[in-house]
Design a protein around this ligand. Structure first.
Ligand SMILES: Cc1cc2nc3c(=O)[nH]c(=O)nc-3n(C[C@H](O)[C@H](O)[C@H](O)COP(=O)(O)O)c2cc1C
Length: 347
């Protein structure tokens, strides 16, 4: 399938997740296979225009992630067009607009999901961006603002007319946040009304969920929390799509993923990262502000809160991770939980 001229080798996408889908994590998921597109965490249009180091850090990516989409947020057409130009100059394949974030800090600035409440203005943003850049402009939205304002269908048509090349819809309202279930019936109904690809998003936790959603009539599936719990889920979905059994993942592989993630993060800090299209910024603020080791520990903690959900002994492991004070301590915990547990179990 294609988004504008960009060919995706699989319809399965790593959904944008603030604080989670950094370049290191995206690379590791991509390496497992089955992933057609990765989307960055949301990046401030203001920050991009002003060249703020911390913002540039969030937009970093490497060649092996391609095709890569950078998601931006903001509410002013001219600024969003300018930010899209920055993204294009950074060499990204796609620029995506966040029209789904319900967090008040974002939504109160006429950005994120509050754009859904002003559909004509939202379409103006897409028109301005589409005029400013050659790379495809895409939109990620929700079902609507709340049950009284369900308008993804109307907005989808408007942004298509304004030049958007694909849409992703998370089948919940902003008011719902993450409660209830994603409404895939709604998403597939909207997909019938536009001619650009429509991706669905929400609640794919098992590879089988992805396959059944694909069959419902969307062009592709964005997977968020499912990837945080199981970075192999897209590869497993592709196995199923090809009629093979989903590959099984050993505890050692799960442990190794965390160690690899830690090593990639550390190599970025130490300036040893290879393949950065956009050189790590000279003043890496997000990383330096909290100190080298602490930054990596915080990242591992954030991932582990999803990664070991539902695992036997997972809660105990997370307590350990949350009180670990050094990388060495984390490595030891990971080894004990994922490798030694298995030895004990199979002895
Ligand atoms: C921790 C977290 C951060 C997220 N950050 C973003 C974001 O920056 N931009 C965005 O469009 N959606 C964001 N989302 C929403 C997801 O991309 C996705 O649409 C939503 O979680 C539903 O899909 P899922 O059930 O597969 O997770 C975030 C979700 C989570 C859980």
């Amino acid at each position: 399938m294609k988004i504008g001229p960009i060919q995706l080798e699989s319809p399965f996408v790593v959904s944008p997740m603030a604080g989670m889908t950094d370049t290191a994590f995206r690379r590791l998921v991509k390496r497992q296979g089955g992933c057609g597109l990765v989307v960055s965490e949301m990046v401030s249009s203001e920050g991009l225009i002003r060249g703020i180091d911390r913002t540039l850090e969030y937009a970093e990516y490497t060649e092996e992630e391609r095709p890569v989409s950078i998601q931006i947020f903001g509410g002013e057409p001219a600024k969003m067009a300018e930010a899209a130009r920055v993204v294009e100059q950074m060499g990204a394949n796609i620029v995506d607009v966040n029209m789904g974030c319900p967090v008040p800090k974002i939504a109160k600035h006429n950005a994120g999901c509050s754009l859904m409440r002003e559909p004509a203005h939202a379409a103006e943003i897409i028109a301005a961006m589409s005029k400013a850049v050659k790379i495809p402009v895409t939109v990620k939205m929700r079902k609507g603002w709340d049950d009284g304002e369900i308008n993804a269908g109307d907005l989808a048509k408007r942004v298509e007319d304004a030049g958007a090349k694909a849409i992703a819809i998370h089948g919940r309202t902003a008011k719902q946040s993450y409660t209830g279930c994603a409404d895939w019936h709604f998403v597939t109904e909207v997909a019938k009304t536009v001619s650009i690809p429509v991706f669905g998003s929400g609640d794919c936790i098992e590879p089988e969920d992805i396959i059944s959603r694909m069959k419902s009539g969307v062009s592709g599936v964005y997977v968020g929390r499912g990837v945080l719990r199981n970075p192999w889920i897209l590869a497993q979905a592709r196995d199923l799509m090809e009629g093979k059994p989903a590959r099984s993942i050993t505890d050692e592989e799960r442990g190794q993923f965390l160690l690899d993630y830690m090593n990639l993060l550390l190599s970025e800090i130490d300036g040893e990262a290879e393949g950065f299209r956009h050189a790590p910024s000279p003043k890496p603020q997000a990383r330096e502000a909290v100190g080298r080791e602490r930054w990596v520990i915080n990242k591992i903690r954030a991932l582990c809160s999803w990664y070991t959900k539902g695992f036997e002994g997972g809660a105990q492991f997370r307590i350990g991770v949350n009180s670990a004070k050094s990388i060495a301590e984390l490595e030891d915990l990971i080894e004990k939980f994922f490798v030694l547990n298995k030895i004990v179990a199979s002895a």
